[in-house]
Design a protein around this ligand. Structure first.
Ligand code: DX5
Ligand code: ZN
Length: 230
């Protein structure tokens, strides 16, 4: 069970200080937005490059941008461990995944809440991570959309059938109130923005979320494939 906090709702004027507050995290989730794919703009490659130099935590890049085919490889070259692009935005996802791998990184593919699981079925032999959005992308602090849970279970089934080691990440409204349901559906990696950075001690929040996820996982059999959600 991995917790990768999003800094979107942290104090962006003190980004490296904020990242230093989450030493227990399994990675830092950086939300790149372009004002086109989503109605918000954050930061791009120069800031990610600066963050790379400021932390030893793995960087988990979430590209909410148009034309990831053009831009995603640069984030791998900048030293990001995982670069995730949206399937709705990619023109040639298999070629892009292979290019990220050629550059030495891991590749993830993200799905908006209304995008069906079968859009990534052809990619399970290539990808390292699937990100299921549990809010419409663009902003932190939104309410969790439980309607995506059956899709998470479907994707868990695809991953199990592939026999490959693929992370199943959820992003949006993940909190102490919702993380157990995400685990029950089959997720193993959790982005939490406001739940971590609005806490008095963000690192304690990371540890608590991971403990809740582990507790929920221990109540499911190890080969659980989310069948209860189908
Ligand atoms: C939203 C971003 C998320 C966001 C999550 O489009 O992709 O990573 O920061 O924030 P919370 O956890 O507050 O929903
Ligand atoms: Zn994100």
């Amino acid at each position: 069970m991995r917790i990768t906090p999003s800094v979107l709702n942290a104090d962006l004027s003190r980004l490296s200080d904020e990242i230093a507050r989450i030493p227990s995290a399994d990675g830092v989730h950086l939300d790149v937005m372009d004002d086109h794919f989503v109605p918000n703009m954050t930061f791009g490659l120069p800031v990610v490059t600066a963050v790379r130099a400021a932390t030893t935590l793995p960087l988990d890049i979430h590209l909410m941008i148009e034309d990831p085919d053009r831009w995603a490889p640069g984030y791998t070259e900048a030293g990001a461990e995982i670069v995730t692009f949206h399937i709705e935005a990619a023109s040639a996802p298999i070629r892009l995944i292979r290019e990220i791998h050629r550059l030495g990184g891991k590749a993830g593919v993200a799905l908006n809440p209304a995008t069906p699981a079968n859009t990534i079925a052809a990619l399970v032999d290539e990808i390292d991570l699937v990100l299921v959005m549990s809010v419409e992308p663009g902003f932190g602090g939104q309410s969790f959309l439980p309607v995506v849970l059956p899709k998470v279970a479907e994707i868990r089934h695809l991953i199990t059938a592939s026999g490959r080691d693929i992370l199943l990440q959820m992003d949006g409204g993940v909190s102490d109130q919702t993380i157990a349901r995400c685990v029950e559906a089959g997720a193993d990696t959790f982005v939490a923005g406001s739940a971590v950075f609005r806490a008095d001690d963000p690192d304690v929040a990371v540890t608590q979320l991971r403990d809740l996820a582990k507790a929920a996982a221990s109540q499911n059999p190890p080969d659980y494939d989310g069948a209860g959600f189908r």
